[in-house]
Write a new protein. Structure first.
Length: 161
């Protein structure tokens, strides 16, 4: 009986050491972010190159203020999203088609977690930010894609001239 108990203790020790060593290792230090991904509506911006900060307020009336933003082609902007409501809101930049498709996906998977540089999830009473370079001319949108919010009209327009 002594031998099986000793074997079990040794096995437990052998299994515990790698698990302990794994938790002490920081993955984030080993993982480097790749280059920013070019989108139809621009690319993640460099915070050191921000030329303007725009505050976008959002609330439980399912509206953004302002409802329209104009930026210059090539401009890097910091969007500060301020949630004045009691519900979670988000701001996601994209084309109308991309936002529509993403909103439909969010209806099917409402707890889907994602984190892209062109979106900010903002808890009630908090602020979030997006730093974005608008290097493509055109008309784009921003929206809250939380199920029901987009459908209620929670969107705005970005005009890049």
């Amino acid at each position: 009986m002594f031998l099986p108990l000793r074997s079990l203790l040794c096995l437990a020790l052998v299994l515990a050491v790698p698990a302990w060593a794994h938790t002490a290792h920081k993955h984030s230090a080993a993982v480097k972010a790749g280059p920013p991904e070019q989108k139809q509506w621009g690319i993640a911006g460099d915070p050191a190159k921000v030329s303007r900060t725009i505050t976008v307020r959002m609330g439980d009336d399912m509206r953004f203020v302002p409802a329209q933003i104009k930026v210059r082609l090539g401009e890097t902007v910091r969007l500060i999203a301020v949630n004045r409501g009691k519900l979670m809101h988000e701001i996601v930049i994209g084309t109308p088609d991309e936002l529509q498709a993403h909103a439909k996906m969010m209806e099917k998977h409402p707890n889907m977690e994602h984190d892209e540089p062109y979106m900010a999830h903002v808890e009630p009473g908090k602020r979030g930010q997006i730093v974005w370079t608008f290097n493509r001319a055109g008309s784009f949108e921003y929206a809250c894609l939380i199920p029901g919010h987009f459908q209620a009209g929670m969107m705005g327009k970005i005009i890049v001239e």
